[in-house]
Design a protein around this ligand. Sequence first.
Ligand SMILES: [Zn+2]
Length: 121
Amino acid sequence: MHEISIAGAIIDSVLDAAKKNNAIKVNEVFLEIGELTALNPDQLKFIFETITQGTAAQGACFNISTIKTSIRCKKCSYKGDIESLDRLHFFIPVIKCPQCDETDVDIVAGRECCVKKMKIS
Ligand SMILES: [Zn+2]
């Protein structure tokens, strides 16, 4: 489960930001997780709730939005979303252009894993 190490890194940055802003408590955290990260939002939330015990982020509400995979085709210059990938194939994703089946594409979105904003007090 790579969720644990990633969740740890996210919480570290949340707590770090809270500290820099002299916050006593983190109330809400908004996250963006790309489809290609293969992270499970429910699992992430559960880990967050566990590892934030005793920290300023304890009891914070975690809002996770999933970013769809978006590509730019090098062959036909199609730009946009691709069909949702089958979760089982996440670790060997075959990403191809929905228009011409080309696999030589640039991934524009789908790999993000970041804190978009947070509410502190
Ligand atoms: Zn194409």
